[in-house]
Design a protein around this ligand. Structure first.
Ligand code: AMP
Ligand code: GLY
Length: 419
């Protein structure tokens, strides 16, 4: 099988790595450069991705990020008859439009925070009574969500959303969602869907805030581990029945079957699981530990979703736990320098050991690998338990360096505190 991975970050490095281990994969194509891709990955010629994939004889397109899905890449692949793992644009609105997601959840009785959608700053200001969460509608790369513990913060967030136009995308006009502030522990439940059926991946926990103790600004994610003990079998059963199954059935009924990863960001509240958000793709960095834990032929699994023939079962996974620590550039999520040399990488073992180094924001400058993005590397290790997995990840982190390198020291603290 020839497989194309769309995207060039840490998540795609993990996808390319896992796909390259599939016995059924003879060739890997990629759309982006990432020095951390498996050596055998070949760059797809420039041009329209679906067309180039078809020309190259690609048997399966695996889409990493949300933007190409929202722009209709899966629709184009389907038109051309190229099997694609990822939802069509209509279904991708579950992520690209928070208002769409909220309306969909209301329509299908999926538990989530109470909310309202406001088309103007005036209307939004008038709705504020106290603590709440203000969200820009549209894709804002994680920067469009403001958790406000009082009304003053909420008013400021509304001004930011409307004045900076965070809510404005080509497809969905400026609007804001204001919702009930939920209290509990968060967990990411990812399902592989074939439009009709689904299977759950090991549940993961992300760390969105930049600093230890969940302080500081939101980021794309500073680290993750799986399986997350907060996701008990009972909780997963509730998420299956109350969240994933109704989404898959509802999307099918709308005539836009959901194919791809349905990622439910869930708050485990005293009243049970409530959906914070949907993503329509693997999380980054959740993908890294999840795939490290998965003991399956990923290419076959994703192809069966793309073709509508997924077999419902418990996925095989390696015993133990996987934990990923993200190393970031100094300054991230604000501005940061680029082009700094990274020392301590080891191509021989970085993609071939119990401790993996996935490159995210890197590039090659001659013979050296340099920083190129905010999230630079994801170090993902497997261990018998969370303590061992995270200790191994941090040991490898300590061997790698670049100027200004930083990371959270407390990844998986919630799982550790349970023990
Ligand atoms: P989102 O991009 O919608 O996932 O939001 C980013 C983060 O904001 C989430 O991971 C939560 O930590 C937080 N958040 C979003 N909505 C709520 C809510 N209704 N109550 C509490 N926290 C929230
Ligand atoms: N790590 C969160 C996300 O991928 O959306």
């Amino acid at each position: 099988m020839q497989v194309l991975v769309v995207g060039g970050g840490g998540r795609e490095a993990a996808l390319a790595w896992k796909l390259s281990k599939s016995p059924s994969v003879s060739g890997i194509w990629v759309t982006h450069e990432n020095p951390g891709f498996p050596a055998k990955a070949r760059k797809l010629p420039e041009g329209e991705v679906a067309y180039q994939a078809d020309q190259a004889g690609v048997d399966l397109v695996v889409v990493g990020p949300e933007a190409p899905l929202a722009e209709g890449l899966a629709d184009r692949c389907r038109e051309l008859g190229v099997p694609v793992f990822g939802p069509v644009a209509q279904a991708a609105q579950l992520e690209s439009s928070k208002a769409f997601a909220k309306d969909f959840m209301a329509e299908h009785g999926i538990p989530t925070a109470a909310y309202g959608v406001y088309e103007s700053a005036e209307a939004a200001h008038a709705a504020i009574t106290g603590p709440c969460v203000v969200k820009a509608d549209g894709l804002a790369a994680g920067k469009g969500v403001f958790v406000c513990t009082d009304a003053e913060q909420a008013h400021a967030a509304i001004d930011t959303v409307f004045e900076k136009g965070l809510g404005a995308t080509a497809s969905v006009g400026a609007s804001a969602v204001i919702e009930e502030l939920l209290v509990g522990e968060e967990v990411s439940v990812l399902a592989l869907c074939d439009g009709q059926r689904f299977v759950l991946l090991p549940a993961a926990q992300d760390h969105k805030r930049r600093f230890d103790g969940d302080e500081g600004p939101n980021t794309g994610g500073m680290g993750a581990y799986a399986p997350a003990p907060v996701a008990t079998p009972e909780l997963l059963q509730q998420v299956r029945e109350q969240v994933i199954a109704p989404v898959v059935a509802g999307m099918r009924a709308k005539g836009t079957p959901f194919v791809g990863v349905l990622y439910a960001g869930v708050m485990v509240t005293e009243q049970g699981p409530k959906v914070l958000e949907f993503n329509v793709r693997f999380g980054d960095p959740e993908c890294q530990p999840i795939l490290q834990l998965l003991d399956e032929d990923l290419a076959q699994l994703l192809l069966s979703c793309a073709l509508g023939g997924l077999v419902v079962r418990d996925l095989k996974q390696h015993p133990g736990v996987a934990c990923c620590v993200v190393m970031v550039s100094g300054g991230y999520p604000g501005s940061y320098p680029k082009g700094l040399e990274i020392a301590g990488l080891d191509p021989e073992r970085d993609l071939d050991s119990e401790t993996l180094v996935f490159q995210a924001g890197t590039s090659r400058k001659g013979a050296v690998t340099v920083t190129q993005g905010g999230r630079v590397l994801g170090i993902s290790a497997r261990g018998a338990d969370i303590a061992q997995a995270r200790a191994r990840a941090y040991e490898r982190v300590a061997e790698i360096s670049f100027e200004g390198a930083d990371w959270r020291q407390d990844i998986a603290f919630r799982a550790l505190n349970r023990n």
